[in-house]
Unconditional design. Structure first.
Length: 239
């Protein structure tokens, strides 16, 4: 029944596929999309698009001159190195997997120092109704999304402690930064608490049609708390 419903929804969205594909092909760099938003200060040198064997897998954020954080689920099993490209397209290279968390959806990557600029961390936890901006690397659709915090404290089993936000984030935003109005890091975009047919639609089409159809209204998205992520990163990959 769920498969049939998802396929029916996919068929209803097929007329938009060509337009979406063209948008993806003409997509601007994340740094260009972020201009004029609080994400602008992060997009150029603090955000990275990740790839494995040439295929996009997700996003990451710089927390030190030589370290990125991302979600563990974006790093394919058995892969020890990923490609990364900075949000302005001016730098990139190879990111080496240092560690995965056994209790949180988190991975720590090492990159050559000097290519990226660490993102400042928000001093206070998020509050209900607080506006925020997220960045990602979707196969089609915008690389920057605005939203607001829904539940400022939440724990998602298998992912860790964090919060939720109503956000126009798409598949491909996983591991990317969520920022406050001053461009400071609040958390990592991590999961859909109630994904419904979204993963199946994405698997069938190669695009997050559910998210694209919802547009700016977005979905409730779970974000891993940056405080918890940094503490866990220090535990699993201490300096």
């Amino acid at each position: 029944m769920r498969v049939v419903a998802a396929l029916s929804r996919l068929r209803s969205l097929l007329p938009a596929l060509l337009a979406v594909a063209l948008l993806g092909a003409c997509a601007r760099l994340p740094a260009e999309e972020a201009r004029g938003t609080p994400a602008e200060s992060v997009a150029a040198q603090g955000f990275a698009q990740l790839s494995a064997t040439g295929m996009p897998v997700g996003s990451a954020v710089a927390v030190a001159p030589d370290r990125l954080l991302t979600n563990a689920h974006v790093v394919p099993v058995g892969v020890e190195a990923l490609g990364f490209r900075r949000g302005d397209g001016a730098a990139g290279g190879t990111a080496r997997l240092l560690a995965r968390s056994d209790r949180m959806d988190l991975a720590v990557l090492e990159i050559p120092p000097g290519l990226m600029r660490p993102v400042a961390v928000a001093a206070a936890p998020p509050t209900a109704g607080q506006p925020l901006w997220a960045m990602g690397a979707p196969s089609a659709g915008p690389a920057v999304a605005a939203g607001e915090v829904v539940r400022p404290a939440a724990t998602l089993p298998g992912h860790g402690p964090g919060f939720t936000a109503r956000l126009g984030a798409l598949l491909g935003y996983s591991g990317g930064p969520a920022l406050d109005g001053q461009g400071r890091l609040l958390g990592l975009v991590t999961a859909l608490p109630q994904p419904g047919a979204a993963p199946l639609l994405a698997a069938l089409s190669g695009m997050d049609l559910d998210g694209l159809a919802r547009g700016r209204a977005g979905r409730e998205v779970f974000l891993l708390s940056i405080g918890a992520a940094l503490a866990e990163a220090e535990r699993i990959a201490p300096r």
